[in-house]
Write a protein that binds this ligand. Sequence first.
Ligand code: AMP
Length: 220
Amino acid sequence: MAQILIFQGPPGAGKGTQARVAANELGIPHISTGDILREAVRKNTGLGLAAKAKMAKGELVPDNVMCGIVEERLGRPDCREGAILDGFPRTIAQAQFLDGILERTGLGEPLVLQINVDTESVIKRLTGRRTCPACGEIYNVYLNPPREDGVCDKDGVKLVQREDDNEEAIRIRLRAYEEDTFPLIDYYRRKKALHQVDGGGAPEVIAERLLGLVKAHDHL
Ligand code: AMP
């Protein structure tokens, strides 16, 4: 059955890491709106120029911009079997827009996986995060370091720190989560689409919890 999975949770919950693993395992695309925006910034496209300052500060990019991106991406043929949304929706307006897309495309009700992590772990995951600019692999200098310091295990490319993983931007991102994204928990709970997942522990253990839930849901 085609299924849209929404990986939800605060910045640093492990959404990106887990969405990569789950997309691979389930054979459906991983759609990270943050990755799409970072790529646009790197390439200096119109979208990149519009989003750059907001992203660097840790503020949300306007809903109309984000909704357009996701509508286009979900309309591509590779999403017919489903997809994992990581970082979208982030506001009630985005969630309502997504409901419209899912209805129009016949993709059905989403399954929302809310990844819960305590604030101390979130800070550690964000400040320690390093990513490979070539393949997108995510590491953490404290929790999940690469074999060789500062270099991607997969392709040997030098790892980078995200521009918004600094103290000031992290503070603003956490506030945006509390104010704009947290209300989505109730939104999806009311629709009976919400599943809570313990986001603590090793990445492999969290992946098992998430995939267990998705597979159990598939058999309902
Ligand atoms: P992420 O990689 O999901 O942490 O997103 C990085 C940044 O991209 C966010 O702090 C926002 O500036 C922007 N962004 C990503 N997704 C969205 C969204 N759905 N709505 C608004 N802004 C977004």
